[in-house]
Design a protein around this ligand. Structure first.
Ligand code: NAI
Ligand code: MG
Length: 397
């Protein structure tokens, strides 16, 4: 087979080191690829006034598959201050290149697996009835609609008159907000489209089918958010009945689900939700299995473009340490998702097994796994560096 070309987008801060170490792991596992570097992040905002240059979009359009580290975003005023002097008069406004990628390529499906590693000291434990402790084995995959809903960006403060007038035609708006001055009203909408809802539901059911999960849990709030959550629930019921009769459909409310996260997280497998609730549940589950050092994700479009990235950010305060201390496992696991996606499942299984062995043996642990504060001296105190962790995984391969 021809060698694949992967767009490697390191971004900022620790994004670079976790991506470099992950590419080393991929090579050691026998994955042959050419990597082309995609420019993205703060550096390109400062120098060019665009954190997502067109050349990066073109690269991804051409090669379709990308590994992405993390980027730095800063508030509006700082973004302006750091812009190159010759760009300051151009009226440029910073916007997140991740959101930009999502919107440009319609990466509407986000998958975030959260699986307990045996022996990870960061695993969630719970008090048992007999006073002992239980360590629930979590194996959940959250499918989050990635482009719509509350993060769709359709919002106003002091809306234009015609928008305000349109809202006033809704009896509930008129009754509850009709006497609030227009300039004291802020509105953020939650819009779901049938097509995107159908796609995220199908992705969840297909995943359950392929990996033998007995159920799909729709986690929304259809009893209160009757239109959007309600539509999603109705569509899920129909899809399950018509196409996936062997997979159970569970329906949970987001608030109750957060409580069940600590009560019985092991009961949940594939979970599907809209944009904000999916964001919340996936962070909740990530906390149960070790947090940001272990949280991986995939973002996929309908036409085969996919970006694989850890959930964590660029952790700028750690980026300048002489020896990098951050945990590369979230990035390595994201790369395994990429391998699954491009049907290199033998290699991903090999890497996951190596990671599991390293964690279970417990000899190589990054500072987070040792529950240390991330100071530069953690390596001197016995924590593994980013590179040590990658070396340990490679040794197992
Ligand atoms: P962050 O995820 O970068 O860091 C938060 C804390 O989590 C760190 O201080 C560290 O204690 C821990 N952490 C993160 N990654 C880790 C790893 N691999 N191993 C061990 N510990 C790890 O989030 P923060 O500090 O809120 O944001 C920093 C920058 O990253 C900001 O500019 C923010 O906008 C950006 N960001 C980018 C994201 C992305 O690229 N997808 C996502 C989240 C934040
Ligand atoms: Mg989040």
């Amino acid at each position: 087979m021809d060698k694949r070309t992967i767009v490697a987008m390191p971004g900022d801060g620790i994004g670079k080191v976790v991506l470099d170490e992950t590419i080393r792991v991929l090579a050691a596992a026998g994955f042959e690829a050419d990597y082309v570097e995609g420019d993205i992040g703060w550096e390109f905002w400062r120098a060019e006034g665009n954190p997502l240059p067109q050349r990066t979009i073109d690269l991804l359009a051409k090669h379709k598959i990308a590994l992405f580290g993390a980027i730095t975003s800063k508030p509006k005023d700082e973004a302006f201050d750091e812009l190159a002097p010759e760009l300051k008069e151009k009226g440029l406004v910073y916007s997140s290149p991740i959101v930009g990628l999502r919107q440009h390529f319609k990466l509407d499906i986000c998958a975030r697996p959260c699986k307990t590693y045996v022996g990870n000291p960061l695993n969630f434990i719970r008090r048992a009835a007999d006073g002992g402790v239980e360590e629930p084995e979590v194996d959940a995959v959250i499918f989050r609609q990635n482009t719509e809903g509350l993060y769709g960006g359709v919002e106003w403060t002091d809306p234009e008159q015609q928008v305000y007038d349109a809202f006033m035609t809704h009896p509930k708006f008129k009754k509850n907000f009709g006497d609030v001055p227009k300039d004291e009203v802020s509105i953020s909408t939650r819009i779901f489209s049938k097509n995107a809802t159908e796609r995220i539901l199908r992705a969840a059911f297909e995943h359950a089918k392929e990996y033998n999960y007995p159920s799909v849990t729709l986690c929304e709030k259809p009893n209160v958010i009757r239109e959007t959550s309600g539509m999603m629930y109705k569509m899920a019921l129909k899809m399950q009945a018509d196409e996936y009769p062997n997979i159970d459909l569970w329906n949970t409310n987001i608030d109750a689900q957060m409580m069940w996260l600590t009560k019985n997280p092991e009961n949940y497998g594939v979970i599907v939700a809209g944009n904000m609730f999916g964001d919340i549940i996936s962070d909740g589950f990530a906390g149960l299995i070790g947090g940001l050092g272990f949280a991986c994700s995939a973002q996929m479009s309908s036409d085969g473009i996919a970006v694989f990235e850890p959930t964590h950010g660029s952790a700028p305060k750690y980026a300048d340490y002489d020896t990098s201390i951050v945990n590369p496992i979230a990035m390595v696991e994201s790369a395994c998702m990429m391998l699954d996606y491009i049907d290199e499942k033998e290699i991903s299984a090999k890497i996951r097994k190596a990671v599991a062995e390293v964690i279970n043996e417990g000899e190589t642990r990054t500072y987070d796994m040792m529950k240390m504060t991330g100071k530069p001296d953690v390596v001197a105190k016995g924590a593994a560096s980013t590179q040590d962790m990658a070396d340990a995984i490679i040794a197992k391969l």
